[in-house]
Ligand binder design. Structure first.
Ligand code: ATP
Ligand code: MG
Length: 417
């Protein structure tokens, strides 16, 4: 038997109503805030991710699905959406007409990680990005929108964590201070962090290895190195969130797994998923559009881990399958053909109707109707046909009604809808 590849998964019909509910809530929330959907390719040139996410990040170093596409060179299954959104923004010269754009996109991402609970090789993200707004107002608004979406979905057990990652003016001073500590603690660090210390010291703060965490517990915080512009920006974001009653914690050591972030960075963490505790993450990336060859346009965005969010919600919700309103219970060949016609007409009119495609007796029909949790069964044999009516049975109360055969579909629609 051929099974799916480890780290990939099927999202089965039993789970899908929850996924649809989450998606609908996200769409509604984002559209109300003026975000418009954008759909982008799943494969892009590898260079796009190497240049945006950063050569020394986990994603680019070891998690990308890259293959040689002949003349097209190296291509990669997208590990995240931001890079593609930025590419599209630049490619279609969107800034020329109006630099301010708000997008959202929902779809699969691919990372060759070690598969485990909450960590898949194909997973889904709900992503939102804003271009062209430098004001801290948008930082506060995008965090408010994200937190409100979780509230709307009644996700409890989540908390917002924020930090400021500085800018090219102030970050080098912090990197230097961090580097000194890393040098001093070299012996306690994992191999990865020793390597990262040289190339990208900030990344060490994101390391999950316990000995590194311990060694870096007293690490300096970027917050003590912010230039006055970054400090004012961060203070304003916090004040705006306070005013809106959005609860958050300042996490002085929060960094993000991608290189492009500047200033505000945030994560939504949960305690109900074990080790994989981040359900969403995002931040400002003011330099990325320009770094990828576009104009100098500030930007901010976030990505929600769809799988993890669905996992949290599935712990408290039982998904109800859609129940048919009518179950057709025809007796005999002639009636079955009629049932087929009526079922098609009812389905097309928005009355969910099921039928058995084999010839069955009444007992079997009633069992199936119960199994489907159908609201009603429509019972009719040759006798009923000659008398000119079918019997509509309420499956819960067992109450029965006669429905005229002539214009039966209309009668049922009027009765049921
Ligand atoms: P983590 O620290 O869990 O590896 P990350 O920083 O790599 O997360 P981001 O790139 O910020 O993740 O992606 C945003 C969100 O996407 C994460 O908060 C998480 O919920 C989800 N996510 C990331 N990688 C995976 C994965 N392999 N499987 C499932 N969800 C994922
Ligand atoms: Mg990761």
């Amino acid at each position: 038997m051929i099974q799916l590849i480890k780290g990939f998964k099927d999202i089965l019909p039993e789970e899908i109503s929850l996924w649809q509910e989450i998606e609908a809530a996200a769409r509604e929330m984002f559209e109300n805030f003026g975000y418009r959907e954008i759909r982008l390719p799943i494969v892009e040139k590898s260079e796009l991710f190497a240049r945006s996410i950063g050569d020394t990040t986990d994603i680019v170093e070891k998690e990308m699905y890259t293959f040689d596409d002949g003349r097209r060179g190296l291509v990669t299954l997208r590990p995240e959406a931001t890079a593609s959104v930025v590419r599209s923004y630049i490619q279609h010269k969107m800034a020329a007409e109006d630099p301010i754009r708000k997008f959202y996109t929902i779809g699969p991402m691919f990372r060759r990680e070690r598969p485990q609970k909450g960590r898949y090789r194909q997973f889904y993200q709900i992503d939102a990005e804003v271009f062209g707004i430098a004001s801290p107002l948008i930082d506060a608004q995008i965090i408010l929108m994200l937190v409100s979406l979780f509230e709307r979905l009644e996700v409890t057990d989540v908390s917002a964590h924020i930090n400021c990652l500085g800018c090219p003016t102030c970050r080098p001073f912090f990197q230097k201070a961090l580097y000194s500590l890393l040098e001093a603690k070299k012996d306690a660090l994992c191999e990865n962090c020793v390597r990262r210390s040289e190339k990208n010291p900030l990344r060490t703060l994101d390391c999950k290895v316990p000995s590194c965490r311990e060694a870096l517990a007293e690490a300096p915080s970027i917050l003590d190195f912010l230039c006055s512009d970054c400090k004012t920006h961060f203070d304003t974001v916090k004040q705006l969130l306070d005013k809106q009653n959005i609860h958050y914690q300042v996490d002085r050591h929060l960094v993000r797994g991608l290189d492009y972030y500047t200033r505000t960075a945030f994560e939504i963490l949960t305690t109900s998923l074990g080790a994989q505790n981040a359900v969403a993450g995002g931040g400002r990336y003011d330099g990325l559009v320009q770094a990828l060859g576009g104009p100098s346009v500030p930007a901010i965005g976030f990505a929600i881990g769809f799988d993890r969010l669905a996992e949290i919600l599935s712990q408290t919700r039982t998904a109800a399958a859609k129940r048919p309103k009518i179950y057709m219970a025809p007796l005999g060949e002639t009636c079955r053909t009629l049932a087929f016609e009526w079922a098609c007409a009812l389905n097309l009119s928005g009355v969910p109707t099921e039928m058995d495609f084999e010839d069955r007796n009444l007992k079997h029909h009633m069992k199936r109707a119960d199994k489907f949790h159908a609201a009603h069964a429509l019972i009719f044999g040759d006798n009923e046909l000659t008398q000119g009516h079918a019997v509509l049975r309420n499956m819960e109360t067992r109450e029965q009604k006669e429905i005229p055969i002539v214009n039966l579909v209309t009668h049922i629609i009027n009765l049921i809808r």
